[in-house]
Write a protein that binds this ligand. Structure first.
Ligand code: UGA
Length: 434
């Protein structure tokens, strides 16, 4: 069985490499020829721990190939994983034009039975559109099946999430498609849940939206903690000890960002409302998330009063640690607010400075990029921690304090121990803790 993976973004590239690692023959495809040449030479265009090593290993083994000839890839494969982008429109709904384009391409190249598998996050009922598109544009009587197999990998731990999944959701409507997909994931058979296609599509959106709500919930509790003597870290720990709640995704802070949660919450809200279902719960979760940066900036102002011409260091630009991705990162909004108030910024991130320079270029005056956390702290009136990279947790704070103009530390991810940093002489504030 030959497997094609259309799209070489985060999901596509990890899927292609992961399926080859499972021992399958995989053809990765993308219409961007430059990107394909780069990947085929063993270079990964994103920062994702462990991915490049596994790419090189599987290219060498001959199980993995890449091509920009999409028609050939479609013709040569039995199962096609569709991993192209579904970016949001202004109203929150997903732009499905790339999915349509791939469906038409598959239709034009249909030369035998194939299973077309949606892997990108798509709205419930997308499979019927794919089926209809293929039926409209195919030039033969040959048939194919559509299936849904949503991906649950997280950026930063994508390789391990793919190779060791908690669950594999397979939405199908024929035994033939089911058998082929179960065959692909045979090594994780005990973790497979077979459903119909609508259910599989909905599981993905429902999972991401639930996790986003969990984060907004603890952030709401953090607001409450700030008005009382309670400590949100301990509230979260106490809640998480109940196995019905669980301790994960209860970290209060600057809120969720990235290319998934913000987009998926909006998309599910739109899907529900279009179908006449009240989605106010998700709207409220989104509102709470949107409040985070405003409240954080308020803390900065409480510490510095006037921001104009103040020097401020920012640690962490990526939307979360272990990635260079800045899509919907809280840092973008923090920077925008601070610049609007006339502050001068010293920025540092272990991986995400290159993409951030595209958005906020270095000007040597208001925006300076630094080679280390210590450099970002040099001469600043306040240091803000925005993304909780491991290296920030190990910072030598004595040294940091020495180079700062004023020892003011504002921690947007509750990385430091309040008592310890205050004992060192810092004026310190964090989220949901006195
Ligand atoms: C998320 C899901 O976790 C994956 O299961 C899913 O496959 C993926 O979206 C997707 O749909 O493709 P990801 O966006 O990579 O993965 O990142 P997460 O680790 O889920 O974090 C999302 C955001 O929530 C980050 O900004 C993070 O800082 C924030 N977060 C996370 C919190 O603020 N608090 C927490 O307790 C956990």
């Amino acid at each position: 069985m030959k497997i094609a993976v259309f799209g070489t973004g985060y999901v596509g590239l990890v899927t292609a490499v992961g399926l080859a690692e499972f021992g399958h023959q995989v053809l990765g495809a993308d219409k961007d020829g430059d990107k394909i040449r780069m990947i085929a030479s063993g270079k990964v265009p994103i920062y994702e721990p462990g991915l490049e090593e596994l790419l090189v290993k599987n290219l060498k083994s001959g199980r993995l190939e890449f091509s920009a000839d999409l028609g050939r890839v479609a013709r040569e494969s039995d199962v096609i994983f569709v991993c192209v982008g579904t970016p949001p429109h202004d109203d929150g709904s997903a732009d499905m034009s790339q999915i349509e384009e791939v469906s038409r391409l598959i239709a034009a190249n249909l030369n035998g039975y194939k299973v077309v598998v949606e892997k990108s996050t798509v709205p419930v009922r997308t499979s019927s559109w794919i089926k209809r598109t293929i039926a409209l544009y195919k030039k033969t009587d040959l048939t194919c099946d559509v299936a849904s197999n949503p991906e649950f990998l997280r950026e930063g731990s994508a390789v391990s999430d793919f190779l060791h999944p908690d669950r594999i959701i397979i939405g199908v409507e024929s035994e033939r498609a089911r058998d082929m997909l179960v065959g692909i994931y045979r090594r994780h058979e005990d973790r497979i849940l077979i459903t119909n296609i609508d259910t599989a599509e909905l599981i993905k959106h429902a999972s991401n939206s639930f996790l986003a709500l969990k984060i907004s919930y603890i952030n709401m509790i953090a607001d409450l903690c700030e008005k009382t003597e309670a400590d949100v870290e301990l509230v979260a720990r106490g809640m998480g000890l109940d196995p019905r709640i669980g301790g994960l995704f209860l970290k209060a802070g600057l809120g969720y960002g990235g290319s998934c949660f913000p987009k998926d919450v909006k998309a599910l809200t739109k899907i529900g409302e279009d179908l006449g279902v009240s989605m106010g719960l998700l709207r409220e979760g989104e509102r709470i998330n949107a409040e985070r940066v405003r409240l954080f900036i308020h803390k900065v102002k409480q510490a510095l009063w006037i921001l104009k011409d103040k020097n401020i260091g920012i640690l962490g630009l990526s939307f979360k640690p272990e990635t260079d991705d800045i899509r919907e990162a809280p840092s973008l909004k923090v920077i925008r607010h601070l610049l609007a108030e006339g502050a001068r910024l010293r920025l540092y991130d272990p991986q995400a400075m290159t993409p951030m320079k595209q958005v906020y270029p270095e000007d040597g005056e208001r925006i300076v990029y630094c080679d280390s956390a210590l450099e970002a702290a040099r001469g600043v009136n306040a240091l803000l921690l925005v993304t909780e990279w491991e290296e920030f947790k190990r910072l030598d704070l004595e040294k940091v304090k020495e180079v700062m103009a004023n020892p003011i530390l504002i921690d947007g991810r509750n990385v430091f121990d309040p008592a310890a940093v205050r004992a060192m002489g810092f004026e310190y504030s964090s989220i949901g803790r006195k």
